[in-house]
Design a binder for this molecule. Sequence first.
Ligand code: MN
Length: 201
Amino acid sequence: MSFELPELPYAKDALEPHFDSMTMEIHHGKHHAGYTTKLNNAIAGTDLENKSIEEILTQGFDNNAIRNNGGGYYNHCLFWSILSPNGGGNPTGEIAEAINSSFGSFEDFKTEFSNAAATRFGSGWAWLCVHPDGKLEVCSTPNQDNPLMPGIGCGGTPILALDVWEHAYYLKYQNKRPDYIAAFWNLINWEEVNLRFIEKN
Ligand code: MN
């Protein structure tokens, strides 16, 4: 079995003006597609071929191709799923209560998450994760690492992700990563984040 590049759940221009069409086309059609192909090449003929991406990521690595491309595959699948042209605004449901309980308020959470995304040096990701007790955590990782990987210093199951690689924003925002982070808040599919929270809590 090999991994397949998922279709975007919206048109590539549907997230305009926040995420531009050209960036979405290249990000999904070239970058995510590249991680998918390279992951499949890296696991071909090994016992990882029949494992889920979560199983592959949680077991640890002796192979950087699997780490980088397995992370790249998983991270972008999550990222596309938590964006929506009808997104943004305030969370509702159980995730809203959990955010208030873990961070004090939605505004405090926004500040902490935005700060994690802005201060990640170089390429990487910002995450909102849920622990088995329902507690939420904000963290960030370099490269295509993610919180499912062992020993990453950032635990739990990711339920919200922001890609801060330059390929995610440079065409529209150039060096202005904070403007891209601000735009992200207009696109978050809180319904999907809430479902992911409920599933893991
Ligand atoms: Mn990316």
